[in-house]
Write a protein that binds this ligand. Structure first.
Ligand SMILES: Nc1ncnc2c1ncn2[C@@H]1O[C@H](COP(=O)(O)OP(=O)(O)O)[C@@H](O)[C@H]1O
Ligand SMILES: [Mg+2]
Length: 589
């Protein structure tokens, strides 16, 4: 609820929300702050030690200082080390926990998003949110926190020490220091800009070269050499210029900054050696002051990048939180159903994916008996896949209702509803796991081996599984690259046979196959379809012909229904499709 109200445009709110992920780890967080405070104070302690170190030991040769200073020096660095360790270790501890929590929440979201979301967003985008944006948020917040706490503390401590040593010198530093900082900031901004352009221009050079190499035939035949050369020259020259800008900025800025530092130092030396100052400014004071000044620059420089870092963190956090705010799939059903008979009725179904694009299904009325096999045919884009995707409720119809054994599918619990359906589609996704787990997937996980083997046999998959080096335990490899298309298809069919659900959807399950594996798969599918309500979308005539009824869809409407024989006799749309396909098939072979 809290999340739903989060205003993503409000950077402060986004950071506030991010903090709520840190809250469970607040105890470790205290160690982070403590560590930072110790580290900052010890920086001050070190420069403070320089004064007695020089004045007490070298100048005055005081035996107390001679004994104590080395010990104090060791003490300071021990403490500083402990502080630094605490800050780094616990910061990483907290941020890795936050990263893990964010990823877990995002992965849960991935599992619960509606199908329509995946139509809109590429998988690459979602994965990059999960991997890259999460990492960015943690990194940016960590760095921002270090700057806000440790660097500002260091600056305060060092400046105070300088003011305590000598306020006139401090005042001098405070007038010249900011000018130097501004210069450094300006230079690094310029460098960043050029570096980015340089990077882009390298990309252009690569891109043009690659295009020309890949398209060398086209370039030759169409005489594109001059054009390509001119394009390349442009990118090549641009690349050279950007590089020179970086070099000139860098080469000019380094001596300028060094000169300014020398000016500052000269001014301080001049002022410190004035007669009225010589009383108070000892060697120790001077060196301590200079050391503090030098130690000030790095945190000040980081300070100036704070805004950029915060913005980057907010952008990444916005991307993550907007993803987490996506609506999950809604489960409207409350009815528990064990196993249905499998009678399906489509009543006045209308469907549209996109308001602007018009309906993809209109007036679909179809009553399917339990155990009946229905073939859906029609031109590509006529709505076959859309119609069957309504059954597992991947999408919701915009009008009408679907009844399963007389119950409105919207009233049945989503998981129970989906438990009634098996799906085999054109592209089979195998999981990076063993053959066993690819067949006995999800809720089937604990199936005993005999059943898995029986399913594999019925799917005509056992023939090749037996041949695999480790049988059922063979790892299929990422995306199932180890197996051929036909073998993968048979694993998917075995999975469906094992699920043994009353309803079966075959969406072009055989279209990507060669004729050799098709024979096996056809036999496997025949096994699978027995005693099930089946909806199949297929090009192959043999599959379609055997169906109890054939539904011909055109532009989202049912235009013919009947058996193969009836529809041929009718000599309508199906007969035309049939003869077209038949001639295509005969010419193909
Ligand atoms: N996920 C989707 N989002 C938006 N439009 C879609 C989507 N899937 C299909 N369509 C559109 O719906 C229409 C029917 O497509 P589809 O059901 O896939 O047809 P078929 O399976 O018969 O080839 C087509 O115009 C297609 O462009
Ligand atoms: Mg389709």
């Amino acid at each position: 609820m809290n999340k739903q109200q989060l205003d993503l445009e409000n950077g402060r709110a986004v950071y506030g929300h991010l903090l709520s992920y840190v809250r469970p780890y607040w105890k470790a967080f205290i160690f982070v702050l403590l560590g930072m405070a110790i580290a900052a104070t010890m920086d001050g302690g070190f420069v403070a030690l320089i004064k007695p170190m020089l004045d007490g030991t070298f100048v005055e040769k005081d035996p107390f200082y001679i004994k104590v200073i080395p010990l104090a020096l060791i003490g300071i660095f021990v403490l500083r080390g402990i502080g630094g360790f605490c800050a780094n270790y616990f910061m990483a501890w907290v941020s890795r926990h936050v990263i893990k929590d964010l990823r877990a929440e995002m992965f849960d979201k991935v599992l619960s998003l509606p199908t329509a979301f995946y139509d809109r967003q590429s998988s690459g985008k979602i994965i990059s949110k999960l991997i890259y944006d999460v990492e960015q948020v943690a990194e940016a917040s960590g760095r921002a926190l270090t700057i806000i706490v440790q660097d500002s503390l260091t600056i305060i401590v060092l400046l105070s020490w300088m003011a305590y040593l000598n306020w006139q010198l401090t005042l001098l530093f405070l007038t010249i220091g900011p000018v130097m900082t501004a210069l450094v900031v300006w230079v690094s901004k310029r460098l960043r800009r050029y570096a980015k352009r340089l990077q882009n221009s390298v990309g252009d050079v690569t891109h043009i070269s690659q295009e020309t190499i890949d398209a060398h035939r086209v370039v030759k035949v169409f005489g594109g050499q001059d054009y390509e050369r001119a394009q390349f020259e442009k990118a090549n020259e641009y690349n050279r210029r950007q590089y020179m800008k970086i070099i000139s900025t860098n080469s000019a800025s380094v001596p300028i900054v060094e000169l300014m530092a020398a000016l500052l130092l000269a001014a301080i030396i001049y002022l410190a050696t004035q007669p009225h100052m010589q009383e108070t400014v000892t060697v120790g004071t001077f060196m301590s002051f200079i050391s503090a000044m030098l130690m000030l620059f790095p945190p000040i420089k980081r300070m100036t990048t704070l805004n950029v870092i915060l913005q980057r963190g907010i952008a990444a956090a916005q991307s993550i939180f907007s993803f987490l705010q996506e609506n999950s799939e809604v489960d409207t059903g409350s009815k528990s159903v064990a196993r249905v008979q499998g009678a399906v009725e489509f009543k006045n179904i209308h469907m549209q994916y996109d308001q602007s694009k018009g309906p993809v299904l209109r007036n679909i009325n179809l009553n399917v008996q339990a155990g009946e096999s229905i073939a859906l045919v029609g031109r590509s884009g006529s709505g076959k896949s859309s119609l069957v995707s309504l059954l597992p409720r991947f999408y919701l119809p915009s009008g009408g209702e679907i009844l399963l054994d007389g119950m409105n599918v919207g009233d049945i619990k989503l998981s129970d509803m989906r438990a009634q359906i098996s799906l085999v589609s054109q592209d089979v996704t195998l999981f990076n796991d063993s053959v066993r787990h690819n067949i006995a997937y999800g809720r089937l996980e604990d199936t005993p081996d005999e059943k898995i083997i029986a399913a594999a046999k019925a799917a005509h998959a056992w023939e090749f599984i037996e041949q695999l080096p480790e049988g059922l335990d063979t790892q299929v490899g990422e995306h199932g690259l180890l197996l051929s298309g036909g073998q993968r298809q048979r694993l998917a069919i075995a999975r469906a046979i094992l699920k043994d659900s009353p309803i079966l959807i075959l969406d072009e399950a055989t279209s990507a196959l060669d004729t050799e594996s098709e024979r096996f798969i056809q036999a496997a599918l025949d096994n699978l379809m027995q005693n099930r309500t089946t909806f199949m979308i297929a090009h192959r005539l043999s599959t379609i012909e055997k169906a109890d009824r054939i539904i011909v869809l055109d532009k989202g409407e049912i235009i013919e229904i009947g058996s193969h024989r009836e529809l041929l006799e009718k000599n309508g749309h199906y007969a035309k499709l049939h003869s077209l396909q038949f001639s295509a098939l005969t010419t193909e072979q």
